[in-house]
Every structure is written in structure tokens, then in C-alpha cells.
Design a protein around this ligand. Structure first.
Ligand SMILES: NC(=O)c1ccc[n+]([C@@H]2O[C@H](COP(=O)([O-])OP(=O)(O)OC[C@H]3O[C@@H](n4cnc5c(N)ncnc54)[C@H](OP(=O)(O)O)[C@@H]3O)[C@@H](O)[C@H]2O)c1
Length: 214
């Protein structure tokens, strides 16, 4: 799920940490976090923002507690470099952190070679990594961006639903929500409209689900 501009950007032309969505988008984001077992976050987003989104809404926290779940979904950082400085506020946030690390050997699974992470899993291929997460109990995953991570998952056809909050602003510049380097198989057609919702502040949530049979 991403907040995007009318011209499909997820960050201003100058780059840096983007804050596009308003209060309505924040609620939708927290609802998705409340549904999720875990959230995937690109390392660049973590380096730029310093931290990840938390559920603050009391009703959503109470709902998770009633279901016997942790207050926050698990945060899964995705990185090749492993360059996630331990002094990032992310490492002090009240949640469990795992790392999907493209450079780790498969046998490194279950070990803890990177400071700040409770668990590190190798990222050899997306289907294998997502299966390993599912086996570990993380079946409901939300992708929090950014564009490189979204592009990698779409390139592997591993996204089941796209939820975009369209914000009433034009940004221009190079930062499309789908990284320009992403090469999609056959243009990745086959998305079925599921729902839309008008939020305050003239923001519009669009939700499309992947229909692989189409
Ligand atoms: N509007 C929104 O909803 C929203 C949401 C999130 C982010 N953003 C914005 O998006 C921008 C950041 O996005 P971005 O595209 O530059 O970066 P990103 O996707 O957040 O992170 C890219 C990094 O993630 C790791 N990575 C991504 N795909 C990987 C793969 N397949 N295998 C291994 N590692 C992988 C790599 O980390 P290493 O470099 O460590 O190897 C890569 O450099 C910021 O401007 C941020 O504010 C906006």
C-alpha cells in the first residue's frame, strides 16, 4: 500500500522522506497494519524516514489485543547491503524486527548475524522468502514501500492486492511509485477492481486485486 500523487509519484521531485497522505490515509494505513502479521519495508525508506509506521488508534490496538496478537505487526526490513545503522529510531520502536537479506546464504537462516534484528532470513527469491515467512506464521503481509521494493515484488508477481491512496497533488520528478527499473512480465495485466473509498482531504483509496486467471 502506498500514498501517491495524481501523477503517480510517491515522493517529491527533490526526493527524501515523503509524507503524502493526510489523516484519512493514516487511518487506512493503520487499519492495514492492524490486519497484518508483518510489514515489508525497503531499506532506503527506513534510512530516509528513520522509523516505520506504528498503530496508534486505540480501537485498532484493542482489536489486536482481543485477538491475542502483538500490538504491532512484525517489521521486516529488506536489504542487500545490510546497511541499517543501529542508531536509527527504528531500532527503538516497540515492535519485533526481522531482516530479509539478499546476501545471506540459505544456511544462515535462523541465525542472528545483524545487530538489531531478532531474526534474519535469506532472500534468494521472493516466492521462497514469502513461503519461509508464511511457515514462520506471517501469512498476512503489507508492503510499505518504497518503489524499489514494490517493483521487485511486482516483478516476481508476488503482490496479491494493490492499495493506492491517491492524494490531490502533482509532484513531477523521477520518483514514480513503481521503480523505473522494474521489468514486469507481459506488463502484468490482470488486476480486478475491488473497492474505492473517498477519504477526507479529497484523497481516494483505490484497491485492485490480482486476478492471475484473467
Ligand atoms: N508515499 C508512500 O506511501 C511511500 C511509502 C514508502 C516510501 N516512500 C518513499 O519512497 C522513497 C524510498 O523508496 P526507494 O524506492 O528509494 O527505496 P526502498 O524501496 O524503500 O528501498 C530500496 C532498498 O531496499 C532494498 N531492496 C529493495 N528490493 C530488494 C530486493 N529485491 N532484494 C534485496 N534488497 C532489496 C535495498 O536495500 P540496500 O540498499 O540496503 O541493499 C534497496 O536499496 C522515499 O522517498 C520514501 O519517502 C513513500
Amino acid at each position: 500500500m502506498l500514498a501517491i500523487s495524481l501523477d503517480g509519484r510517491l515522493a517529491p521531485a527533490s526526493g527524501g522522506a515523503a509524507q503524502l497522505g493526510g489523516p484519512g490515509d493514516r487511518r487506512v494505513l493503520e487499519e492495514a497494519l492492524a490486519w497484518a502479521d508483518g510489514c515489508l519495508i525497503g531499506a532506503n525508506t527506513l534510512r530516509l524516514h528513520g522509523s516505520t509506521c506504528l498503530i496508534h488508534a486505540q480501537d485498532l490496538l484493542a482489536g489486536r489485543q482481543a485477538q491475542g496478537r502483538s500490538p504491532q505487526p512484525l517489521a521486516i526490513a529488506v536489504s542487500r547491503s545490510g546497511d541499517l545503522p543501529i542508531d536509527l529510531p527504528f531500532f527503538s520502536q516497540p515492535l519485533e524486527r526481522w531482516l530479509l537479506h539478499a546476501a545471506l546464504e540459505p544456511q544462515a537462516r535462523q541465525q542472528d548475524p545483524v545487530a538489531g534484528f531478532a531474526r534474519c532470513l535469506p532472500l534468494t527469491s521472493w516466492p521462497v522468502a514469502l513461503e519461509a515467512l508464511a511457515e514462520a506464521g506471517l501469512q498476512r503481509l503489507v508492503v510499505l514501500g518504497g518503489a524499489q521494493l514494490a517493483g521487485a515484488l511486482l516483478q516476481a508477481d508476488c503482490i496479491d492486492a494493490l492499495q493506492l491512496t491517491v492524494c490531490p497533488v502533482l509532484l513531477g520528478g523521477p520518483y514514480s511509485w513503481l521503480a523505473a527499473a522494474a521489468v514486469l512480465p507481459d506488463g502484468l495485466t490482470g488486476w480486478r477492481y475491488e473497492q474505492h473509498q473517498l477519504l477526507g482531504g479529497d484523497e481516494l483509496v483505490l484497491r485492485y486485486v490480482r486476478d492471475r486467471a484473467a
